[in-house]
Design a protein around this ligand. Structure first.
Ligand SMILES: [Mg+2]
Length: 372
């Protein structure tokens, strides 16, 4: 990098050379065992127990587990049947998304209050742009303490020169982690881990690498970029080449307000009775309208989503001349769309969506949740 100021022969400093870019600094904040933590707040008798948040059904998967359950090898996205075998004493709690959205909103409004540029990734996860901030660590320590004080929820934080390093760092010492790393430190810490550790490297790429004898990030970094491009294509190859060097310049981009919101449900047994389907669609419509009402929003386009037993997925929608938020009306329109379609086979999943959302004036307007 060129020096920002150069001495000329006469000894005067000149500003001809541009100042160096400030070193990038990115934070990643992630609530610890979020859904389970929210459940423990209202059911303190479960503290210290192995708790799994999941629906009870044959196709059910674990959404979150407490650290007590994780010690038995239970993890997110694991089939519930496997989780139960690994930890038979675990207590099962059904998910309550409305409660999690509310808790999420409480956490994220504190984050946005303290940090200007926030990219929320999910209910409990966000990237924070910290570049140019004088004391980012102190700022995030304060943020963590304030979240704990005002919501009683624990978060883990990672700080690094990129989203990639920050994310890995926040995950490195959960729960209540606070890890600050630069690229070199990230390399020292993870070079001998499997490439699948790096966010964005999915199981398919990881398997592809393993088949070629590449089992660590260090080994991946030893492969020529042209070779990677030949194996994985002109986009993924060079991307892998940078990824394994912890090289990432993806910007922190604030997420726009969502333009639609939906509710859907997967049945434990495929449904084919039209009455059952309509009842379910009404229930989802009322739930959706209730949530939007609480956020002070309404929409103009009502849509349905129907997934058949063979995974064929069909959507239908209707746009109205004005926006609505009345649950009964949403339900009427959704049921009308379902009747028009007339599913030709048993239904596996049913959903309803309201799009073209706008804020309604009033006290609820500022409470709009930035995630659907
Ligand atoms: Mg989390």
């Amino acid at each position: 990098m060129a020096p920002a100021r150069q001495r000329q022969d006469d000894g005067r400093a000149t500003d001809a050379a541009p100042a160096a870019d400030p070193v990038r600094c990115v934070g990643h904040l992630d609530c610890d065992a979020f859904f389970a933590a929210v459940e423990l707040l209202r059911r303190p008798e479960l503290r210290g127990r192995a708790v799994i948040v999941a629906h009870d059904g044959p196709r059910s998967v674990v959404t979150t587990a407490t650290y007590e359950a994780r010690r038995h090898g239970v993890g997110s996205a694991m089939p519930l049947s496997v989780a139960r075998r690994r930890c038979p004493e675990a207590i099962l709690v059904p998910p309550d998304l409305d409660a999690y959205r509310e808790a999420s909103q409480a956490v994220m409004s504190i984050v946005r209050d303290e940090i200007d540029v926030v990219q929320q990734m999910s209910l409990d996860e966000a990237y924070l742009e910290l570049t140019g901030m004088l004391a980012p660590r102190a700022a995030l320590r304060r943020l963590v303490a304030r979240i704990k004080r005002e919501t009683a929820l624990d978060v883990s934080v990672g700080i690094g020169p990129s989203k990639l390093v920050a994310k890995l760092a926040s995950d490195a010492e959960k729960p209540r982690g606070f890890v600050v790393l630069d690229r070199r430190a990230a390399w020292r810490r993870w070079a001998d881990e499997p490439p699948g550790l790096l966010p964005g490297i999915g199981p398919r790429t990881a398997t592809g690498l393993e088949e070629r004898g590449i089992r660590t990030i260090r080994q991946l970094a030893g492969v020529d970029v042209a070779q990677l491009a030949e194996w994985f294509g002109p986009r993924t190859g060079p991307w892998l080449h940078r990824r394994c060097r912890f090289d990432d310049d993806d910007p922190v981009e604030p997420v726009r307000e969502p333009v639609s919101e939906s509710r859907e449900t997967t049945f434990s047994i495929d449904l084919d009775d039209p009455d059952d389907l309509e009842r379910e669609l009404r229930r989802l419509s009322l739930k959706l309208a209730e949530a939007l009402d609480a956020q002070g929003r309404r929409g103009r386009t009502v849509g349905i989503k129907v997934r058949l037993a063979d995974f064929t997925t069909v959507t239908r929608s209707r746009t109205l001349p004005r926006s609505i938020d009345d649950g009964e009306l949403v339900a009427e329109l959704a049921v009308g769309l379902l009747r028009e379609y007339g599913p030709p086979a048993p239904v596996r999943l049913l959903g309803v969506r309201l799009a073209g959302l706008e804020l309604v004036d009033g006290p609820g307007a500022q409470l709009a949740l930035p995630l659907g």
